[in-house]
Design a protein around this ligand. Structure first.
Ligand code: ADP
Ligand code: MG
Length: 270
């Protein structure tokens, strides 16, 4: 693929490995992400997706390799308000949680203005704009706990958007979102990417419809197995699916003598 030189990389990940104990959760990951792209980061449960994201965000310290964010090494990077993160566990408010959609989204500004400073008119406009961007304007004064999983997730995205990040990372945002809403949710993300120019990383274990919305795909299962354009991915999708998900299951039913082959053995990806 041709790449325009003047567009900087948002992320440059080199030879990155992280292990919680003796076994690597991710190993030798090399990945460069272009500004303005919408990357689908896919892999089965336990394949190291969250480990990779936490390493990017500096929440974990990798044993090997390096990460650059907006051209800066991770340990020199300070401008965290340029990065929005919505984690897997975001939508766990119970129904009694006493905060409205507006209040939850306003929390996204505290990093910028400090917890007890007053919100200016400009801030209030930004809050409303972020709520509109995720299509939740009809729920602005509703309690967060009374919304569906998918609606709550939109509110968390609005909270991440309110500080106007250039990179937004979503770790399994559609867990708990009903299947019918998932496509609407992806459409909203695609619009954020195209209209606002926000670089997006969407982490998911569900390859499903994702590839219709993203510009690029990265497949990991401890190692990076694939990184390329969404069309290129669709072309190879079946191969990729069986390499990442299907293979083990088939071996399991047909070959009882080689149990160790059921688990990915850590060999280099083809
Ligand atoms: P994913 O997000 O793709 O489901 P994770 O990055 O959460 O995968 O996990 C990758 C591997 O690391 C898994 O084998 C998981 O069990 C292991 N792991 C994740 N978190 C921890 C932890 N805090 N301590 C020990 N092992 C962990
Ligand atoms: Mg995860």
């Amino acid at each position: 693929m041709e790449r325009k030189k003047e567009r900087p990389y948002v992320l440059e990940i080199e030879n990155l490995s992280y292990s919680y104990g003796r076994r690597n959760a991710i190993e030798n990951i090399n990945l460069k992400i272009d500004e303005g792209s919408f990357l689908g980061l896919v892999g089965p449960n336990g394949s190291g997706k969250s480990t990779l994201i936490k390493s990017i965000l500096g929440l974990l310290t990798p044993q090997k390799g390096s990460v650059k964010i907006f051209g800066k090494p991770l340990n020199k990077f300070r401008d965290w308000s340029r990065i929005g993160f919505v984690s897997q566990k975001a939508n766990s408010f119970n129904s009694g949680f006493p905060a409205t959609v507006y209040e939850v989204v306003s929390m996204g500004l505290y990093g910028k203005i400090g917890m007890f400073r007053f919100l200016t008119k400009k801030h209030k406009e930004k809050i409303i704009e972020a709520i509109e961007q995720v299509g939740m304007e009809d729920y602005i004064n509703q309690n967060i706990g009374q919304l569906s999983g998918g609606q709550q997730q939109r509110v968390f995205i609005a909270r991440a958007l309110v500080s106007e990040p250039s990179l937004l990372i979503l770790d399994e945002p559609t867990v708990g979102v009903d299947a019918r809403s998932v496509n609407n949710f992806y459409t909203m993300l695609k619009q954020l990417n195209e209209e606002k120019g926000i670089t997006l990383i969407l982490v998911t274990h569900d390859i499903g419809a994702m590839s219709e919305y993203v510009t690029d795909v990265a497949c990991i299962n401890k190692f990076l197995h694939f990184h390329g354009g969404a069309q290129e991915f669709e072309f190879q999708q079946e191969e990729m699916m069986s390499a990442l998900y299907g293979h083990d299951v088939q071996v399991l039913t047909h070959n009882h003598d080689h149990h160790h082959h059921h688990e990915y053995d850590g060999g280099a990806p083809q």
